[in-house]
Design a protein around this ligand. Structure first.
Ligand code: SAM
Length: 216
């Protein structure tokens, strides 16, 4: 019963925060519609998580961002809109279909000059992107088994003070008692991040949990 009450209150607060602080415009709504139309999985971040990412861009003054996991480009549009006009978001996507849908969405959003989709496996793309370091922020939202590899790449390629944000830190609550491999990977990732001497780390309990870390 207590859980049900907490869940209801949490859902009500999510709606309150969304209505008060989150301006999801027609472009963002159309990205979700386009994703559904193209039968992409409904696994993007939520609007208020997008607004949180934007706040992290503003707070950190990020100008060069790497995103791992594009899908239809929903989170990328939130991130890119917070960048200065000269800023750049590199977003990494292994699915050619997802990348194509996302490119169309970035054009519709008028962000094609600020966002570059890099198609292929993230590990390969990251190895190439190292040539363009240092970066200011890395958003990890794909491929849970390799979160630790992505964190290691971030440690090597972020400027001091640069930021890592890793989505799904809570795994819908299952991080407490993992039920599958991905839950276990995220549980291990959070524990390792908390002890990682290269970063100052914490988890922001918004949405499905955003693990955040600042490069020392
Ligand atoms: C959770 S979705 C990303 C959602 C997106 N960040 C958003 O909130 O709008 C994960 C995406 O990462 C892609 N992906 C999964 N494994 C990958 C890998 N190893 N390299 C690159 N992309 C990958 C999937 O195809 C999927 O489109």
């Amino acid at each position: 019963m207590a859980d049900t009450l907490n869940d209801t209150l949490r859902a009500q607060l999510d709606v309150y925060v969304t209505e008060t602080f989150v301006n999801e415009d027609d472009v963002l709504r159309s990205i979700q519609a386009e994703a559904a139309l193209n039968e992409l999985p409904a696994i993007s971040i939520r609007g208020f998580e997008g607004r949180l990412l934007q706040m992290l861009v503003h707070i950190s003054g990020a100008k060069q961002i790497v995103e791992i996991g594009t899908l239809a480009g929903y989170s990328a549009v939130w991130l890119a809109r917070a960048l200065p006009a000269t800023g750049k978001l590199y977003t990494l996507e292994k699915s050619a279909k997802h990348a194509a849908v996302a490119r169309g969405n970035f054009e519709r959003a008028g962000l094609e000059s600020r966002v570059e989709v890099i198609e292929g496996d993230a590990q390969t793309s990251l190895a190439k992107l190292s040539a363009r370091n240092p970066f200011d922020m890395v958003f990890i939202d794909a491929d849970r088994p390799h979160y630790q590899d992505y964190l290691n790449w971030a440690a090597e390629n972020l400027r001091p003070g640069g930021l890592v944000a890793a989505h799904n830190a809570f795994r819908s609550g299952r991080v407490l008692t993992p039920e599958n491999e991905d839950d276990r990977f995220v549980q291990e990732f959070n524990a390792a991040l908390a002890k990682d001497t290269r970063f100052e780390a914490f988890v922001i309990a918004v949405g499905d949990g955003l693990a955040v870390a600042v490069r020392k």
